[in-house]
Design a protein around this ligand. Structure first.
Ligand code: PLP
Length: 388
C-alpha cells in the first residue's frame, strides 16, 4: 500500500457516503426506503437533448479532442442564454468557461485564486464541496452563518474588518442548498459593494438558477451592476435540464478569473466531449417548455409535501426555491439523531443539517426528489412516529 498525500488527507469526510450506505443496508433487508436524502434529480433529461447528443456522437469531428477551453458555439449559446434569461451581456470569448459540472469549477476556483493559508468566506450551512476546494488549496475558511432571522442570507456587518480585508474569495449560493432560500436584488447589490470595498472575488453558485417558485424567477448575481468586475457565476445543466450525469456546466463573469479556470482545466482535462457540448448548447438555445414543466413539477411536489407535513403537526416554512425543504428538528434530538430515527423507524432518508456545517444543526434537508404520492407517504410515515 502507498500512503496518501497530505493534500488528500486534508479532504473532509464525504458526508453523503454514510447515508448512502445506511439506505442500501435497509434496502438490502427488504425495506421500502423513500430516499429524500441526496440531491440527485429523479427525472430524465428531455428527449430532444438526448437526441442531439446521439446525433453529435455519430459525427467524427467529436471523436477527436475538443478545442482547449471548449467549443465557441457552446460559449456563444451561454452568452445568448444569459442575454435571454437575465438581460446580461456576456462576451463568449473572454467571459465564459466550460466546466465538467459546477462541482469541478467550485472546487478548482480555490486552487486558481488562493495560496496556502489564504482565507475565503463560506456560507454555513453550505454545499460541502466548497470545503473540498479549501482543503485542496490548503486555504482556510471563515464561516458566515446563514440564519433564519436573516432569511438565510449572510450578514456582512457581522464579519470583522480584519477578516474581510484578509479574505480573497466569497462563496454564495442562491437559490440556496440546503436552506431553499432565495436572494434579493438588494442583497446582491450589497454583495458587490462589500466585495469591491474589500477586494474580494465573489463566486456565486447558481446551480438552482431555474428553480424558483410562486412565479419568482431567481436573480442572477450578474444582474447586479458591477458584478462582472468582481465575480463569476457557476451555472450547471444538472438541475435545469436534468443532466446531472452528463457533467456539464459553465462559469460566467470576470475575464481574469475565467482565464484562470480555463488554465487549470486545460491542464487537468483538455476539454469536455464535443457531443455533450453540442447537446448542451441545443438545450440552452432550444424550446424551454421542459424547464417550465420541471419547475411546475417541483412546485406541485413542494405544495403537496409541505401540506402533508403541516397536517402531521410539523411547523415548517415554505421553500422558495431549489428542490429541497429545510425543516426544523423537534426539540430533544440532534439533526443526526432525528435523521437516523426517520430512516430506521419510518424508512424515510433525509440529510441531517449538521452535514452542511454547524449552523445547520437543528434542521434536516428533505429532497423533493420522488413523486407527489411518495412524498405524501413519507410525511404520513413520519407522522405515525407521533413526534409532533
Ligand atoms: N452546487 C450546489 C449548491 C449543488 O447542490 C450541486 C449539486 O448537487 C452542485 C453545485 C453541483 O452541480 P454539478 O452537477 O454541476 O456538479
Amino acid at each position: 500500500t502507498f500512503e496518501q498525500s497530505k493534500t488528500l488527507k486534508r479532504l473532509p469526510e464525504q458526508f453523503f457516503a454514510k447515508l448512502v450506505q445506511k439506505v442500501q443496508r435497509l434496502k438490502d433487508e427488504g425495506h421500502d426506503v423513500i430516499n429524500l436524502g441526496q440531491g440527485n434529480p429523479d427525472l430524465p433529461t428531455p428527449p430532444s437533448i438526448v437526441k442531439a447528443l446521439q446525433k453529435a456522437a455519430e459525427d467524427p469531428v467529436n471523436h477527436k479532442y475538443s478545442p482547449f477551453s471548449g467549443h465557441t458555439y457552446f460559449k456563444e449559446a451561454v452568452a445568448k442564454f444569459y442575454q435571454r434569461e437575465y438581460g446580461v451581456e456576456v462576451d463568449p470569448k473572454r467571459e465564459v468557461s466550460i466546466l465538467f459540472g459546477a462541482k469541478t469549477g467550485l472546487v478548482e476556483i480555490s486552487q486558481c485564486l488562493l495560496n496556502p493559508g489564504d482565507l475565503a468566506l463560506l456560507p454555513d450551512p453550505g454545499y460541502p464541496d466548497y470545503l473540498s476546494g479549501m482543503a485542496l488549496a490548503d486555504a482556510k475558511q471563515i464561516l458566515m452563518p446563514l440564519l433564519k432571522e436573516n432569511h438565510f442570507l449572510p450578514d456582512y456587518h457581522a464579519i470583522s474588518e480584519e477578516d474581510a480585508e484578509k479574505a480573497k474569495l466569497l462563496f454564495l449560493n442562491y437559490p440556496n442548498n440546503p436552506t431553499s432560500a432565495t436572494a434579493t436584488k438588494e442583497f446582491f447589490d450589497e454583495t458587490v459593494a462589500f466585495a469591491k470595498k474589500h477586494h474580494l472575488c465573489v463566486v456565486h453558485d447558481f446551480a438552482y438558477g431555474a428553480l424558483g417558485f410562486d412565479g419568482e424567477k431567481p436573480r442572477s448575481f450578474l444582474q447586479s451592476e458591477g458584478a462582472k468586475e468582481i465575480g463569476v457565476e457557476m451555472y450547471t445543466m444538472s438541475k435545469t435540464y436534468n443532466m446531472a450525469g452528463w457533467r456539464v456546466a459553465f462559469a460566467v463573469g470576470n475575464p481574469s478569473v475565467i482565464e484562470s479556470i480555463d488554465l487549470i482545466q486545460d491542464h487537468l482535462y483538455v476539454s469536455l466531449f464535443g457531443a455533450i457540448q453540442y447537446a448542451a448548447a441545443q438545450a440552452l438555445l432550444g424550446d424551454q417548455t421542459a424547464v417550465r414543466e420541471l419547475v411546475q413539477t417541483y412546485e406541485r411536489r413542494r405544495n403537496r409535501f409541505i401540506k402533508a407535513v403541516k397536517e402531521i403537526g410539523w411547523k415548517v416554512d415554505m421553500p422558495k426555491g431549489t428542490f429541497f425543504a429545510w425543516l426544523p428538528v423537534p426539540s430533544g434530538y440532534t439533526s443526526q439523531e432525528f435523521a437516523d430515527l426517520l430512516l430506521e423507524k419510518a424508512h424515510v432518508a433525509v440529510a441531517p443539517g449538521n452535514g452542511f456545517g454547524c449552523t445547520g444543526e437543528g434542521y434536516v434537508r428533505v429532497g423533493l426528489l420522488d413523486s407527489e404520492e411518495r412524498l405524501e407517504v413519507a410525511a404520513k410515515r413520519i407522522g405515525e412516529l407521533g413526534l409532533f
